[in-house]
Structures are given as C-alpha cells and as structure tokens.
Design a protein around this ligand. Structure first.
Ligand code: SF4
Length: 245
C-alpha cells in the first residue's frame, strides 16, 4: 500500500522511495542538520565566585564555597568543537560551571564559527582578560551576540559576582558596542543591593546604546529566606519604569 507522508510540502512515498526533489530538500541526509542549537560549557574554568553559582557547591578559595570536591570537567578540544559545529547551526556559550572566555582556544572557536557562517551567543561575566584580548575576540567574529553579566551599577556588581571588576566589564561592554555588528546586551539580575539602581542602569545602557536585559531570578520563589533576594520577590519589570516616565 502506498504510504504518503507530507514533509515540508514534499511527498515521501512508499517508505524509502523518495523523489529526488524531496531528497534534495530534506534537512538532514548524512550531512549537517542545521536547524538546531546547542549550549556549551567549554571547560571547568572561571575566576569568579558568584554567590549562587553551582560552582559554589564544589571547591572555592574559602570565601563562601563549601570545598567539597574539584569542579568537574575539562577543556573541549578543537577537534570536538569542529565536530559539534558541523552539526549545529547556533552555538551558545552560556556556561553553568565555566565562563567561556577562559577556554584557552576561545578566540579560535569564534573564528571557526565565523568560517562556518554559524550563529553564536557569548555570555560572560569575567573581567579577567586584557583589553587587547577582548578586542581580538570581538574582531574574530563581529557577528556574535555578546551578553555581559553586570548585576547592578558597575561599581556594585561584584557584590554578587565575587572578584569581578564591574567597571572594567562595563568598559568592555562599551568596546563591544564599537566593534560588534550586533548590539551587545547588558544582563542585570535583580538582587536586594541593586533593585533601587535599575533606572540609573537603564539610562547608562541607553547612553552607550546597548540592549538592557533585566533578569528576575526564579530562585527566590518557594525557597527559604535569602539575604540576596530583592524586596519585591519577583523582581521588577522594566515596563514599571516605562509607565512612570
Ligand atoms: S561567571 Fe558563571 S560560571 Fe563563573 S562563577 Fe559566575 S555564574 Fe559561575
């Protein structure tokens, strides 16, 4: 019996009997499947000790971590990265246990993404690289979208992002705006020490012409009291300000 399946407007008949035109238009025929995205934790490396990071349940320098066991993981190799980028069209670098910029070959990875014409997003909170390094990274692939974690006014961000130099990170955000083709994003998680500064921070973002992204963390909901929780447990909506202005 003839079996008809409609796939994206193309007919596939009798199971494996597929017309040439349909075959040519299938998204995956032993070659890269380009419709999906992957998020990578590139390594086990991060110099920060953000207070509620998963890393804090492993080792630390003793300023807040529990010193249970070493951070798990290793650096992804260049060969592995080549393989991953043959199969995924969107690469997101949003580490849960690492900051991507501390992978020893991170700039090479950006060049690979550029060469393969893929889409990428970089999430970083670490200020522990030089201006020269950031410039080289931005120029390696100006089409990447960069997210800078600065939780509060730059002078206060280290209150959560322990060891971060927030003012230096803000300077890199401005530099990114000058070099990248996509507007970089200032990501701001609302905490008790920064909730009153949202409006000032939004104006700062506007002045340097970057996107401002407020994150109302879900970690306060149905949890025991946390000294970092904002007074408004669910955080603050940006449009609260828009309505006032
Ligand atoms: S920058 Fe990211 S990986 Fe590093 S400590 Fe902070 S949350 Fe964890």
């Amino acid at each position: 019996m003839e079996k008809k399946i409609i796939l994206g407007g193309h007919k596939i008949i009798k199971g494996m009997e597929v017309g040439q035109e349909t075959w040519d238009n299938l998204p995956n025929r032993n070659r890269k499947f380009i419709s999906n995205k992957v998020n990578l934790d590139l390594s086990h490396r991060c110099p920060l000790e953000c207070l509620r990071c998963a890393r804090q349940t492993y080792e630390s320098d003793g300023k807040g971590g529990l010193k249970k066991k070493p951070i798990p993981g290793r650096d992804i190799t260049i060969d592995e990265f080549e393989k991953i980028t043959d199969y995924f069209a969107r690469i997101q670098f949003c580490g849960q246990y690492s900051d991507p910029i501390h992978h020893p070959h991170f700039i090479d990875f950006l060049r690979i993404i550029k060469r393969k014409d893929l889409i990428s997003q970089v999430h970083t909170a670490s200020s522990f690289k030089s201006d020269k390094w950031f410039k080289e990274a931005f120029e390696a692939n100006p089409d990447s979208q960069w997210w800078f974690g600065i939780d509060g006014l730059p002078k206060d961000s280290h209150k959560y992002r322990v060891h971060q130099n927030g003012e230096l990170h803000f300077k890199r955000l401005k530099m990114a705006r000058q070099i990248l083709n996509k507007k970089p994003i200032w990501q701001y998680i609302v905490f008790n020490y920064n909730e009153q500064d949202l409006e000032t921070a939004m104006k700062m973002a506007e002045e340097i012409d970057v996107i401002f992204n407020v994150i109302n963390s879900g970690r306060w909901e149905n949890k025991k009291p946390d000294k970092l929780a904002p007074k408004k447990k669910k955080g603050i909506e940006v449009n609260e300000f828009e309505e006032q202005n």
